[in-house]
Design a protein around this ligand. Structure first.
Ligand SMILES: Nc1ncnc2c1ncn2[C@@H]1O[C@H](COP(=O)(O)OP(=O)(O)OP(=O)(O)O)[C@@H](O)[C@H]1O
Ligand SMILES: [Mg+2]
Length: 235
């Protein structure tokens, strides 16, 4: 479908002998922010890793702009135009902010082209440009992790739990940044902070025990307290 940038169709993923995903389907409309919701251990991270080919699905389909991804290597998938911001912000602590961004280049000059946009989005990174990543606060490291995915021209960003462990004021900054970058890039987000998820996302998919069990428009979910309680255990 031309208007869905990503279509995950009934994927089944094993890690070792463990059957982790048993039927996850996710549709991401072009230009949207779609969020994966679900309790701890539901399979949200594994869904993103399955899209990226890090834990490749054994069955099912993943289509990016109509192109099948299953069977492709992670670096090949990334090169097609998908940025992945993993859980726990895996930045290089010994490298400077600048070096962390430089190694994210996919072709020469990517960072030069993007650095103004990145500094506008995250002014802290401009101030901290030459400092080692390990000296940054948790929130600043998260900004750097997202910024890294903005260096090459990605058309889809997968962002895993950006708010994890961060203070409300930092979460507000990240929400603003995600809103701005979503003006030009489609986003598939994992977010357990329902307040953040509900304010950002257009669409949601609930993952439960390795299966996608519910999907719809976020505006409908926000008004359905029973559904929120049932699937997410939050009031
Ligand atoms: N390397 C692994 N070996 C065995 N089991 C794993 C491995 N990685 C994940 N799992 C299991 O797969 C299930 C899904 O994990 P996943 O990390 O995808 O969940 P999640 O929804 O992202 O959870 P969280 O909200 O805690 O981040 C969990 O039961 C987890 O214990
Ligand atoms: Mg996770």
């Amino acid at each position: 479908m031309a208007d869905n940038i990503l279509e995950v169709g009934a994927i089944s993923t094993f890690i070792g002998q463990f059957h982790i995903l048993e039927g996850v389907s996710v549709t991401v409309p072009q230009g949207s922010i779609t969020v994966l919701l679900g309790r701890n251990g539901a399979g949200k991270t594994t869904t993103l890793k399955s899209i990226m080919g890090i834990t490749p699905p054994r069955t099912g389909t993943v289509l990016f702009e109509g192109q099948p991804l299953v069977g492709k290597r992670p670096y090949t998938i990334a090169k097609l135009g998908i940025g992945y911001v993993p859980e726990h912000r895996a930045i290089f602590k010994a490298l400077s902010v600048r070096e962390n961004l430089e190694i994210a280049e996919r072709s020469k000059g990517d960072l030069d082209r993007k650095v103004d946009f990145i500094f506008e989005l995250f002014p802290d990174l401009k101030r901290l440009y030459t400092l080692p990543g390990g000296k940054l606060s948790g929130g600043q490291q998260q900004m750097l992790a997202i910024a890294r995915a903005l260096v090459p021209d990605n058309r889809l960003l997968l962002i895993d739990e950006p708010s994890e462990g961060l203070a409300p004021v930092i979460i507000e900054q990240l929400m603003h940044a995600i809103r701005v970058l979503a003006e030009t890039t489609t986003v598939l987000l994992v977010e357990q902070n329902f307040r953040m998820a509900s304010k950002l996302a257009d669409r949601y998919v609930v993952i439960e025990e390795g299966c996608s069990v519910h999907t719809g428009d976020m505006t409908n979910l926000i008004n359905d307290a029973a559904l929120i309680q049932r699937y997410l255990g939050v009031a």
